[in-house]
Design a protein around this ligand. Structure first.
Ligand SMILES: [Zn+2]
Length: 141
């Protein structure tokens, strides 16, 4: 597995898209010598100059921070799963006086949208926010 595949127009390549502002799959439209010159984004169909996917500047730190980032990503993914199917317009505005039910969507002025994962009498609830789970005051029963 040492041969390097020669790229050609029509091939798929991962590149940075300025419209999508992320790394997306592209199709090579034109080659200049051995390098892709123009590519078409498979996400937004925009044709633009090929840009190498920028290597994310991972701050050269310990594994701990990478694990932390992974954890944050996991929390965000779980959070998205929890809130994505709910209309944000139905969210309850947070205050200490609300008496939420499990599963209720809460809109917190600081933490944003979150979903109640558990309530504990008499006055505690756990809400899954984008930043993670937070324990907040509320009024139950
Ligand atoms: Zn795009």
């Amino acid at each position: 597995m040492s041969e390097e595949k020669q790229l050609a127009a029509g091939d798929h390549i991962v590149a940075r898209c300025t419209k999508c502002k992320e790394i997306t799959n592209h199709t090579i439209v034109a080659m200049v010598e051995d390098a892709p010159a123009k590519v078409e984004c498979n996400t937004c169909n925009g044709v633009h100059k090929y840009r190498k996917p920028a290597v994310k500047k991972a701050p050269a730190k310990s594994k701990t921070s990478a694990a932390k980032v992974a954890k944050i990503n996991k929390i965000e993914t779980e959070w998205e799963d929890l809130v994505q199917n709910i209309d944000p317009a139905t969210a309850t505005q947070y205050s200490m006086k609300i008496s939420p039910k499990e599963g209720e969507l809460i809109n917190h002025p600081t933490f944003g949208l979150g979903r109640v994962t558990s309530v504990t009498k008499p006055n505690k609830m756990e809400i899954y926010f984008r930043d993670g789970i937070k324990l907040l005051r509320c009024a139950i029963g």
